[in-house]
Structures are given as structure tokens and as C-alpha cells.
Write a protein that binds this ligand. Structure first.
Ligand code: IYR
Length: 257
């Protein structure tokens, strides 16, 4: 993944087959005495983010979206290929078409029996269903596409590496950037998402990854009163592993969606 050479003074795409000059790295200058305080503020800010399904139709300046996309595009990526395309949609007719196509897929998921029972049961407490009105309410939709490979200007293929990891990290950073700007979004994956490639005219080398409806949360927006896992439920510190006593992990069949 991208390391300290990421800030080359020229575009790396298409890659130049020569070594990249280095520049001094300047980490953020956080005073040692204030570091814990900064950490607590970062946690507070991130912990206040929620996935939103109830949006205001209040306009959002396009420049905010462009800046959030630039923030996302600072993500580390395999061989610094930045294998992502952020497709911005503000046109009401296109938003309507996305809603119609997404709802058709979701109707099949929820009411047509395509979601397996365990999935429907896990979603029931969240109260989601096939209706996706927010896809028309929001001023903007951003659909992030993963580039399975790149196309060089001469038409030849450019390999991309760790595409899902790279695009996943960029999406996480995008979500955080929007949140810090006071905007809200939802990580929406209207499965299957192939219709987005057709509707948005993206090439065969790209696959839809996540759809983000983006806007201001409605003034009366309610979100499920979810708790987040405690530190001890998400972190263990490993000092040394005793292979003799390490419990065998059962082999569960892979359960992908
Ligand atoms: N894509 C569907 C279903 C859905 C799936 C998961 I996993 C969620 O966390 C929420 C919804 C939908 O958007 O309704």
C-alpha cells in the first residue's frame, strides 16, 4: 500500500518507470502534551457519525462534494494506482432513474425472497425495506466505482492492486470527510448493483462499489439507538502465541453476500 513516496510532485498515472524523487515528510504537528485531548476529540467526532436514511432536500454546494472526494482520494492504494472513480449525480431525472432501478432490486430482495431468512431477520430491527425515497430527496448521489484495471492513454491495460482494500479505505475516508463537513450519508449497496454501470455509462473495467446518498440530515431525523462495541470486544493485545495451546478454529463455510 502507499507509503512515504506517495506525495510525488507529478502525476503517477500512467506510472513512470523510474524512481520517484523523495520529499521530507511532515506529520501533523500535534503537541505532545495535547495528544490525548486531540485523540478524545477525534473519537467524539467520529462516534457522533451515524448512517442516515432521512434527508433534507436543502441544497449542498458542489464544492463541498468535490473537496470530500479529494479527501477520499488521499487514501493509500496498491502501488499508488488510486483505483477509484467517484461519479457525482445531482440531476433530478438521473436520481429518479437510480431510485427506480434500486427499488426494483430491493423489492426482489425484501419481498421477492432473494434475501435469505437470516439476513431478513438481522435487518428487521433496523426497519429497512425496499422503499428508497432518499435517493430522490438528497441533492447529491455519489457512486464509487472500483477500477479492476486501468487503461493507459495508448489503450493498453494497467494492472491495479489490492483494489477492494484501496477503494474500501477511500470510501471510509470519504464518509469521515462528509461527516466533518456536517453532511450525512448512507453506505448503500442496492444489491446487485450492476445497473449502476449501465445507468452511469461506466466502462467494463469498472464495478460499482458503494452508492452514497449525500445531503443534510432532516431536522427531525431519527436514527436507531445503536450501541458500539467496547474496546475489549474489538481489540486484543497479542504478546506471544503458544501454538501448542492455540484453539483450533472451526472451518465455517464461507458466507459471502
Ligand atoms: N441493500 C438493502 C439491504 C440492507 C443490507 C444491509 I447488510 C444493511 O445494513 C442495510 C440494508 C437495503 O439497502 O435496504
Amino acid at each position: 500500500m502507499g507509503g512515504c513516496l506517495a506525495s510525488a510532485p507529478f502525476a503517477l498515472y500512467p506510472p513512470v518507470h523510474m524512481s520517484i524523487p523523495t520529499v521530507p515528510y511532515q506529520p501533523l504537528d500535534v503537541p505532545e502534551s495535547g495528544r490525548l485531548e486531540v485523540a478524545a476529540v477525534v473519537l467524539d467526532e467520529m462516534n457522533s457519525r451515524r448512517s442516515v436514511r432521512d434527508f433534507s432536500d436543502r441544497p449542498v454546494p458542489r464544492e463541498l462534494l468535490e473537496t470530500a472526494i479529494l479527501c477520499a482520494s488521499t487514501a493509500p492504494s496498491g502501488a499508488h494506482m488510486q483505483p477509484w472513480t467517484f461519479v457525482l449525480v445531482g440531476d433530478p431525472e438521473l436520481k429518479r432513474q437510480i431510485r427506480i432501478a434500486a427499488e426494483a432490486e430491493e423489492l426482489e430482495n425484501y419481498d421477492g425472497g432473494r434475501l435469505p431468512p437470516h439476513w431478513r431477520e438481522d435487518l428487521a430491527p433496523l426497519g429497512t425495506d425496499w422503499h428508497k425515497p432518499y435517493l430522490e430527496t438528497v441533492p447529491w448521489i455519489v457512486v464509487v466505482f472500483e477500477q479492476r484495471f486501468g487503461i493507459r492513454p495508448d489503450g493498453t491495460k494497467q494492472h491495479h492492486y489490492y483494489v477492494k482494500e484501496s477503494v474500501g479505505i477511500a470510501c471510509g475516508m470519504f464518509i469521515d470527510a462528509l461527516h466533518r463537513m456536517g453532511l450525512s450519508t448512507l453506505t448503500h449497496t442496492p444489491s446487485p448493483m450492476a445497473f449502476l454501470r449501465t445507468l452511469l455509462g461506466r466502462p467494463d473495467s469498472e464495478r460499482p462499489f458503494i452508492l452514497f446518498p449525500i445531503g443534510y440530515a432532516a431536522p427531525d431525523c431519527q436514527v436507531p439507538a445503536l450501541e458500539r462495541k467496547d474496546l475489549n470486544d474489538v481489540m486484543i493485545e497479542v504478546v506471544a502465541v503458544d501454538l501448542e495451546t492455540t484453539a483450533e478454529v472451526e472451518n465455517y463455510p464461507d458466507s459471502s453476500n
